[in-house]
Design a protein around this ligand. Structure first.
Ligand code: F6R
Length: 607
């Protein structure tokens, strides 16, 4: 959680910091602050969104400065208020810092520091770091930071400045993302690339256990032990437009519309002459042959992608697939060994629980392949192989294009396994591949009718409770539809396997419930229609997602959204698009903050 950006150079720091924070607002938005040096440390902070900080700086301007750090917060320790907002300063007021991550042993450290006379202001874990640095500070900031971080347990990415050293910004990381941007006579730190993209494309991905001294004209990197590190500078390829709304009202809607292109590119890149090419997989055919079982770990939307993956991989490869939410996997002594392939799915590649699950599986001897969107993320670096989805930056907090890209990657992976294990006939595989190639076009057809979906969604936005039902491979689609709706509209929404209705949830049905039923073509279609009838006879309002050409569904549902016909195995890729749009338009209609829903942040870097 949280986003940090720091600057040192020749320009005024404040506009660069505020501009960068706005790009990082998706990481947390309950309070924010900046700290600069002009003879002394000057801090401004406030609760609420970055706009509040900008307004504060208008009414309480800061003097000119070419060095500064800033932070947008998603609260973990301590309420989201001004006192707990970053930066946090030591008692001398000389040192100030911003932090992304969580310090697990902060209570013990706080007591020790208090016994030495340090006075704490906030309820945060972060404040102990600046007091520790202050404790060790003898006019050498780097040395003090190095000594302080040795005492810390947990995860952190830090930006530290000191009034005695207006020419220096110190940064360090373990477990939380941090990049260094290299400019001309200016350098940057940030939690993510979009924050600094308009200033530079030259990026150093700081590794766990490294710290760095940024001056305006150079960057020195060291290990925590003090060994000098030669930096590898990467060039970012995605465009500035990729992190702008480009005329759409919200990033979420823009990202929904990017899906046909994202999938088209994936197909172009990964399907060569009817064969799947999985560059980055890093496993030989022999190693793939030796896999006895697959375990998938992921959280939230990525977990739903993994659930679809279980159906596809088992069907096409014949290998058993277990799936767990990452936070459960790591605490239940999972049965994983050297014959297990662990597939870790994560858009950000920074989700703390997924990283912990990967480490647990690796300790038990499993090979780890990740399906990841963010290049150079912690997950990508810790995996034996990485299958990048290349969906481009996803800014909307509710995941859309990352989800469909993950699902697409799982189809490609399953097809690869199928071609090795020969569980299904070549003919069936060819038929699936040929239909897979048509998916981007089918997306466009669904999006062409989005106004109809908008009208229908708005007309149903008054319902106080939604159920989402699906069966078989579209059970995860129902779960994903419910998650999308609840996270951006705050309407209670539950996803169920339709066959489970009679075992309890049907008690919820009356005229005040809307039930979204994924009733696309499949071998369980008739059973789904029976479920719909059971709902209607109890006065529930049914919105069905069905396959074009279905002549009868209209008799059973109040509203129907049609998706193009495809191979039954591929229906989750199509059925989810109307559900994303329904959630989007209901949320807009109810005046919710679609891109930045309350209490959420884009990447969950704490457990
Ligand atoms: C929901 C959503 C979250 C994420 C989850 C995992 O729209 O975005 O549920 O899917 O926090 O995040 P990643 O994929 O970054 O590991």
């Amino acid at each position: 959680m949280c986003g940090i950006i720091g600057y040192i150079g020749q320009q005024q720091a404040v506009p660069i910091l505020i501009g960068g924070l706005k790009k990082l607002e998706y990481r947390g938005y309950d309070s924010s602050g900046i700290g600069i040096i002009n003879g002394k440390i000057i801090v401004r902070k406030t609760n609420g969104k970055i706009q509040n900080l900008q307004d504060l700086i208008q009414t309480h301007p800061v003097p000119s400065s070419t060095i500064g750090i800033s932070h947008t917060r998603w609260a973990t320790h301590g309420a989201p208020n001004k006192i707990n907002a970053h930066p946090h300063s030591d008692n001398t007021g000389k040192i100030t810092l911003v932090h992304n991550g969580i310090i697990e042993n902060y209570e013990i450290l706080k007591k020790e520091l208090q016994s030495k006379g340090h006075k704490f202001e906030s309820e945060t874990d972060t404040e102990v770091i600046v007091h520790l640095i202050s404790e060790y500070y003898k006019n050498d900031l780097l040395d003090a930071v190095r000594k302080a971080i040795k005492k810390l347990k947990g995860a952190f990415a830090l930006g530290v400045i000191c009034a005695d050293h207006p020419e220096l910004l110190v940064t360090a990381r373990i477990g939380s993302p941090l990049i260094i941007g290299i400019g001309k006579n200016e350098n940057f730190i940030a939690s993510d690339v979009p924050a600094i993209l308009e200033h530079t494309r030259k990026i150093i991905y700081l590794k766990d256990g490294e710290l760095a001294c940024l001056y305006k004209d150079k960057v020195d990197i060291f290990t925590f032990e003090g060994k000098s590190v030669k930096p590898k500078i990467d060039e970012v390829t995605f465009s500035i437009e990729a992190v702008q709304k480009q005329g759409f009202d919200h990033f979420m809607l823009k990202e929904v519309h990017e899906q046909p292109d994202v999938l088209q590119k994936m197909i172009g890149f990964r399907l060569k002459k009817g064969e799947v090419v999985l560059e980055g997989l890093n496993l030989t055919e022999k190693q793939l042959q030796s896999i006895k079982n697959i375990t998938i770990v992921a959280c939230g939307t990525a977990y739903h992608a993994g659930m679809v993956g279980k159906y596809i991989i088992e069907h096409l490869s014949g290998r058993p697939v277990n799936i767990d939410v990452s936070s459960e996997f790591r605490y239940r002594d999972p049965i994983v060994d050297k014959h297990t392939l662990l597939l870790a799915i994560s858009q950000s590649g920074e989700t703390a629980d997924t990283l912990a699950a990967v480490r647990e599986a690796k300790n038990k001897g499993a090979k780890v392949v990740s399906v990841c969107n963010v290049i150079g993320s912690s997950l990508a670096r810790e995996s034996d192989g990485v299958l990048y989805t290349h969906a481009g930056p996803e800014i909307g907090v509710a995941s859309t294009k990352a989800y469909t890209a993950q699902v697409m990657m799982l189809y490609l992976f399953a097809i690869k396994l199928a071609s090795i294990y020969k569980k299904v006939s070549e003919k069936e595989l060819k038929a699936i591949i040929s239909k897979l190639k048509q998916i981007p076009q089918a997306y466009k057809q669904i999006l062409d009718h989005k106004e109809n979906i908008a009208t229908m969604a708005k007309a149903n936005s008054h319902f106080g409770c939604f159920l989402f039902l699906g069966r078989n491979i579209n059970y995860p689609t129902a779960l994903e539809g419910a998650l999308k709706l609840k996270e951006i509209s705050y309407i209670p929404a539950e996803g169920y396997a339709a066959g489970e209705m009679k075992h309890g949830p049907i008690a919820l049905i009356d005229e005040y419930r809307a039930v979204v039923c994924v009733a696309v073509q499949s071998e369980t279609y008739d059973k789904m229609v029976s479920n719909i009838q059971e709902i209607r006879s109890r006065k529930g309002k049914v919105i069905a997602v069905a396959t074009e050409g279905d002549q009868t569904i209209q008799d059973h549902a109040e509203h129907v959204v049609f998706v193009p016909k495809t191979h039954p195995l591929l229906t989750p890729l199509l059925a989810v698009i109307p559900l994303q749009l329904i959630a989007y338009y209901i949320s807009v209609q109810r005046g919710c903050d679609v891109d930045q829903p309350r209490n959420l942040a884009k990447s969950v870097t704490v457990e």
